[in-house]
Design a protein. Sequence first.
Length: 411
Amino acid sequence: MDFFRVQPVNKVIELIEEYVQPVSKTEVVSLSEASGRIVAENVYAREDVPSFSRSTVDGFAVKSNDTYGVSEMMPGFLSVIGEVEMGRLSEYDVQQGQAVYVPTGGMLPTGCNAVVMIEDCEQVEDIVNVSRSVATNENVILKGEDVKAGEVLIKKGTKLRPQELGALASLGIDTVAVVKKVIIGYLSSGDEIVPFSTTDLPPGKIRDVNGVSIPALAEQWGAEVHISDIANDNYSDFRDKAEHLFQECDALFISGGSSVGAKDYTTEVIASLGNGDPGILVHGVSVKPGKPTILSVSSKKPVVGLPGHPASAMIIFQLFGKRIISHLTGQGEVFPLTGKASVSQNIPSSPGRTDFIRVTLEEGNPFPKATPVLGKSGLIKTLVNSDALLEIEAPKEGVKQGETVTVHYFM
Ligand SMILES: Nc1nc2c(c(=O)[nH]1)N[C@H]1C(S)=C(S)[C@@H](COP(=O)(O)OP(=O)(O)OC[C@H]3O[C@@H](n4cnc5c(N)ncnc54)[C@H](O)[C@@H]3O)O[C@H]1N2
Ligand code: MOO
């Protein structure tokens, strides 16, 4: 048997965009649990932030036109009528020729429209000498300048970062409707694979690496992961485990057996799941590493057969798994974290295939220097030793020493 439906990387991405639909279940969580979650509906501001005009400096609140034309040589004199206390309502109504001391963050008294910094003032009893002029609204944050009541504070589909959580806190919003975590099923397959916790490794066996690295990545991207026991190279055991996960999860990732060996049941198992509509879309991707990748969508659920080699599995999961999770949560397009680098040596590549070369990055000018980390895709340490993946686009025959290239950072 040979690979069938070999597709270029861009085509696989298009198929994911076309076939992977949001699962769109929502739940309400408290702000303390909301970090990294996706907002399910627009969040509107219920009130102005700040709710009163505040000073951004320690100084004297004034009418700005009282300071026009003043200088160190020719200070202006204003009479100090009092002091605003922090966290208290200001009761002053400042008239022309008057000033009130206000601390940073204190309420701007009525009648004032600017604050002169304390460094530009000299107070002698109830008179202040002002030696620098201020413009209207200088050193002031106006009521509603940060957020206006009624405006959309956070748009549906936004991933909540610390700054969004801070904005919600500023409005006293303590719960938020978010998209339910996508549930990813993960299954390692192969007679040689044993649980990673196995202490005395029997001859011919290897510990389950992908069963740790792939779920860790999925969790890092906000998914909940259900991990199955390892499947043997026995069709019915393999299918039962895959079927169980397929039923309880939104998407399923299976590692190993995606190639074309005699006992490689992954394709058959994947083809048997769900209603088969549209079924296997990709078997083989023109990418290195990771050629024996399978993509299927059946009963609206994506199923991916990842290559068994640990570095290949991780690279393919970075490339396609992140996009699948993003589409399932309704976030849509993924913008890979990329940068420019200058390559330290010639690297050949076959035209028609996208290559992802593991590289280290060192400081360089104008771009960091990228040096390949040599090693086969079965070696997990090549990823431990690398800082990024250098992409050689499909049409190219390689890259030349000193050429500026795109590198993908691990997300
Ligand atoms: N005749 C061909 N043979 C192979 C081809 C090919 O095109 N023609 N492609 C090779 C490439 S490239 C890769 S990648 C592998 C992928 O094969 P499978 O997806 O079928 O994976 P396995 O054969 O099951 O495993 C490959 C390798 O990885 C180890 N492995 C598997 N699962 C895990 C795991 N969970 N943790 C750690 N290591 C794992 C497994 O023991 C094998 O050594 O196919 C090549 N062959
Ligand atoms: O296609 Mo494989 O994943 O290069 O080792």
